[in-house]
Ligand binder design. Structure first.
Ligand code: ATP
Ligand code: MG
Length: 420
């Protein structure tokens, strides 16, 4: 990939009106474009990172036995009336039609997933079932000032599961908690599991997955000893109080962002749509439903908050839009030729998408500043000076110093995470 051809390049001036790092850096580095508050276009670099996060989530959802589907975003009003959500859910977008009908834009998809799945389930022998999708959601958020972290349109992975009894639900719940924690570990995030209210969906306790960041919009209390964690919204304890679980430390307060949430919906949806299944020994059973959501685009925002320094983004290799940033400095023909040769070698070893070659005729200062701003894991520089020794200069984005590497050894010497 040649930077001169790339759609969506860096912007000199950081957007002035943004208060969060992710909103500033992702726009400035050419990952996204803000159409209006809470609504973004993903440019090629941004889409690759978003897709990389989604792919990790997809692998872990598949591993739990979930089956991927794609559900509609435009919903009939009747489904939302059946569950009470049409009037009760304040963030639901209502869409009038010229035919006089009304629709909802999916803020979550229980109203579609439940009747879809339950219509295909005949008896308890057909349970359990888990379907999931990675799809866009719409919410009429009052404020949307945190970049990708609070979209009015955002990408979520939402799973819906159906169970014959509470014990089976609890088993799946435990599986999903582990799967979520694996997702966040693979993304390089430390997620705390927080007890919270079931919110608009349910009167039961739900579990939220919280990543500590000042750009988050939730207040949590956590125990530094046993990691017990609670959302302040519902807490009956306060910062400085002894941990009610381990009693070994006092609770600390932090700002955090909710990156995932799992809910026990009980029989609410199977009853709302009047869809029982046949029991094992006759009679009917109302399946218990679970819902599990990870905010994929919010995770991208949170990663940008956590993985940056004062010069720009510092992506973990797992979600970087490409692995190597090759920069040729100066217009010396020998430098350009050596750069092009190295570009071909790297592209054939890693795939063309994994190598971004800054082949522009701009100053060395601009190229190096842009490499830091874009934040790919490894920077390789070829200049007249390095070429004099038959070398390139190689530097990890998160390292202080660069190394000189013979041109012929750059590909074979790629660090493990980058070469993978
Ligand atoms: P919040 O409290 O932040 O408004 P929520 O609890 O209403 O979020 P859920 O209904 O639990 O959100 O949705 C599941 C997941 O979707 C959340 O854990 C979060 O990661 C993500 N999410 C929710 N709202 C947004 C939004 N406006 N923008 C981006 N991601 C979101
Ligand atoms: Mg939630």
């Amino acid at each position: 990939m040649r930077y001169s051809q790339l759609f969506g390049q860096t912007i000199r001036q950081a957007p002035k009106d943004e208060t969060t790092a992710n909103a500033r850096l992702l726009v400035q580095a050419g990952y996204v474009d803000k159409l209006m508050a809470g609504v973004y276009s993903y440019l090629p670099l941004g889409l690759r990172t978003l897709d990389a996060i989604a792919d990790i989530v997809r692998e872990e959802m598949d591993a739990t036995g979930g089956q991927e589907v794609r559900l509609p975003m435009l919903h009939p009003k009747a489904n939302w009336v059946a569950t009470g959500g049409w009037d009760a859910i304040d963030i639901l977008f209502h869409v009038p039609s010229r035919t006089g009908r009304e629709y909802a834009l999916g803020s979550s998809e229980e109203e579609v997933a439940a009747p879809l799945a339950l219509a295909r389930l005949q008896t308890v022998a057909d349970l359990p079932l888990a379907i999931y999708q990675i799809g866009w959601k719409f919410r009429d958020e009052l404020r949307s000032k945190s970049g990708l972290m609070r979209g009015r349109e955002f990408l979520m992975c939402d799973m819906y599961s159906f169970h014959a009894d509470q014990a089976d639900f609890d088993r799946h719940y435990a599986t999903m908690k582990d799967a979520y924690l694996r997702v966040f570990r693979r993304l390089g995030l430390t997620a705390k599991v927080t007890e919270a209210s079931g919110g608009a969906f349910s009167d039961k306790i739900s579990y939220e997955f919280m990543v500590v960041t000042d750009a988050g919009e939730d207040d949590i209390l956590f125990c530094p000893a046993c990691d017990w964690c609670v959302n302040v919204e519902i807490a009956t304890v306060a910062a400085g109080a002894p941990c009610p679980i381990c009693h070994d430390a006092t609770l600390r307060a932090a700002r955090a962002s909710e990156v995932g949430n799992v809910f026990d919906l009980g029989e609410k949806y199977s009853r709302a749509f009047e869809r029982p299944v046949r029991g094992a020994s006759g009679g009917t059973v109302y399946p218990i439903m679970g819902c599990f959501g990870i905010g994929i685009s919010r995770v991208m925002g949170v990663l940008a908050e956590i993985c940056h320094d004062d010069r720009g983004l510092v992506w973990p290799a797992a979600v970087a839009p490409a692995r190597v940033h090759l920069a040729t400095l100066g217009s010396d023909a020998a430098v350009v030729a050596a750069g092009e040769d190295l570009y071909r070698q790297l592209a054939s070893a890693l795939g063309d998408r994994q190598v971004l070659w800054d082949d522009r005729s701009v100053s060395a200062g601009v190229k190096l500043a842009d490499a830091d701003l874009i934040g790919l894991p490894l920077r390789v520089v070829v200049s007249a000076r390095t070429l004099a020794g038959g070398e390139a200069e190689v530097k990890s984005r998160d390292a202080a110093d660069a190394r000189r590497v013979p041109l012929s050894d750059v590909v074979s010497g790629l660090p493990g995470q980058v070469a993978r």
